[in-house]
Design a protein around this ligand. Structure first.
Ligand code: ABU
Length: 504
């Protein structure tokens, strides 16, 4: 039906909805086939494996031509995208912190896209701005910063496009809190701002120092202990050292669930130090913030009520679709004061409604995507109880992964007992079963194993898991299961697969 039909046969170019309906139903049908196939546990994560860039260039006519293509070809291109894509919703995709395809989130995204509105003002997105206000207050209640009522105006927050931007907001808010003059005058008159972070903090925090004129050289890193946690004592030592160099530390950044090891810094103790020196404490819980959802794991964030800002990404552990990241603040109005520009064409002060609901002026964006509907729907569907169970069942899978790896020694060796959902391990092939594991030569050989297995895995397309070096550790695998579709059978199949691919 769609041969020879073009975009001109669709709404809004025609009022006849026939072709529009055929086109959208065909798209939905294609998506349903994709979802069904992706959820077949033994199907590949990448059909026919990862291709070279040139192969993809040949498969797709990326170039835009003078003449447009018809609707049949549009759908054929969509089909090819779904055929070749890395299926990050597949139960054996454990490569990234964000995984899965959640049906409720998907509906939220479809509706959001169908409306195609902009979050920047209440007049354009009234319900979405109120929805965001309410859900962010609910999230702050988990931090002990709010009674959950949006109207109580305790604290603040905004949804951002990813954890890195949420962390940028935190540094910006802290900078403005300590040095409001920098917004207008820049760093002048002998100001010497500095930041202290854990060495295992997400790289985006250091980058924010570069972006905001602090300078990455003025971000001082504290070495974590063997479990990946920084101590309050070491933070305090660094503050004192900075003071001796006449630097003003305005920001301490720690993590709830580090990217690789999943370690939780001791918030309560570090908060006491920050209060003593009147320094803004930011907790990056992009990954581990969702531990607050369960009474069995919330102790990992003990002391979060004393932090000043908190990054929490529902698009990671809560399975909400990308992108959905919150920056939450214990303080009201700092974001607005730090970012407000009062663009006269958009944020008119004489509007007939409460203009604080024009959230655009407290952000670093102008146009802002609506990320709230999918989060609100996902949370409404599960309720707080459902999300507690979600976190607990992911943790159970992580424990199962860990226990299975422990039983597979000597071919699998654990990096450390997982503090959370991250399971970090080496695969040790037969050729490395003997030799001095502490020698440099052994470590160099072990360092090459994970990339080699990953290459074979990607070529086959059977599963996906990430690897990295960390400090002095040679390359090791990091298994993350944040997809509720992943079963214990998948875990065993993936461990078997790594063993199979790890042959010498
Ligand atoms: N910190 C962004 C996500 C990292 C990851 O998925 O591995």
């Amino acid at each position: 039906d769609l041969n020879e039909q073009t975009y001109k046969h669709l709404a809004p170019y025609t009022s006849d909805m026939k072709t529009t309906k055929t086109f959208l139903y065909a798209t939905l049908d294609m998506i349903l086939r994709y979802i069904a196939e992706m959820n077949e546990h033994d199907s590949p994560v990448i059909k026919n494996g990862l291709r070279t860039p040139d192969e993809y260039r040949q498969m797709f006519a990326f170039k835009i031509d003078d003449k447009g293509i018809d609707l049949y070809d549009i759908l054929a291109n969509c089909e090819r995208v779904l055929e070749t894509t890395v299926r990050s919703g597949h139960p054996r995709f454990i490569n990234q912190l964000s995984q899965g395809v959640d049906m409720i989130s998907l509906v939220g995204e479809i509706i959001t896209s169908s409306i195609n509105a902009n979050m920047f003002t209440y007049e354009v997105a009234p319900v979405f701005n109120l929805m965001e206000e309410s859900v962010l207050a609910h999230m702050r209640q988990y931090c002990g910063w709010s009674n959950g009522s949006a109207s109580a105006k305790k604290g603040d927050g905004v949804l951002a496009p990813g954890g890195a931007v949420s962390n940028l907001y935190a540094v910006l808010a802290a900078r403005h809190y300590a040095f409001p003059e920098i917004k207008v005058s820049g760093i002048r008159n002998g100001l010497r701002p500095a930041m202290i972070i854990s060495k295992h903090c997400h790289y985006s925090i250091k980058r924010a120092a570069g972006l905001l004129g602090i300078g990455t050289d003025y971000v001082y890193e504290v070495e974590p202990d063997e479990s990946g946690r920084v101590s309050a004592e070491k933070i305090e030592e660094k503050i004192i050292a900075c003071q001796q160099f006449k630097l003003t530390v305005f920001f301490v950044g720690i993590t709830a669930g580090t990217t690789v090891l999943g370690a939780f810094d001791p918030i309560e103790e570090i908060a006491l130090v920050c209060h003593k020196y009147r320094i803004w404490l930011h907790v990056d819980g992009a990954w581990g913030g969702s531990a607050l959802l369960s009474s069995k794991t919330k102790h990992l964030l003990q002391g979060i009520d004393k932090a000043d800002s908190f990054t929490w990404n529902p698009h990671k552990l809560m399975s909400v679709h990308l992108q959905c990241s919150a920056i939450l603040l214990r303080h009201a109005n700092v974001l607005m004061r730090a970012n407000q520009m009062l663009a006269p064409y958009l944020f008119q002060p004489d509007k007939h409604y409460e203009t604080s609901l024009d959230t655009g002026d407290k952000t670093i964006q102008c146009g802002r995507h609506i990320d709230i509907l999918k989060l609100w729907l996902a949370w409404k569907a599960r309720g707080n109880q459902g999300y507690a169970e979600h976190v607990e069942s992911l943790l159970e899978n992580a424990n199962f992964f860990y226990e299975t790896i422990c039983q597979r020694q000597p071919y699998f060796r654990i990096v450390m007992k997982p503090p959370f959902i991250n399971v970090c391990f080496w695969y040790v092939p037969p050729s490395l079963q003997s030799g001095d594991a502490t020698s440099m030569e052994y470590k160099e050989r072990l360092d090459k194993i994970a990339p080699q297995i990953k290459e074979r895995m990607m070529t086959n397309g059977t599963m996906m898991i990430g690897y990295q070096r960390l400090d002095d550790y040679p390359n090791f695998f990091r298994a993350i299961i944040s997809n509720p579709a992943t079963t214990k059978e998948d875990i065993i199949a993936m461990i078997d697969e790594i063993h199979e691919l790890g042959h010498d």
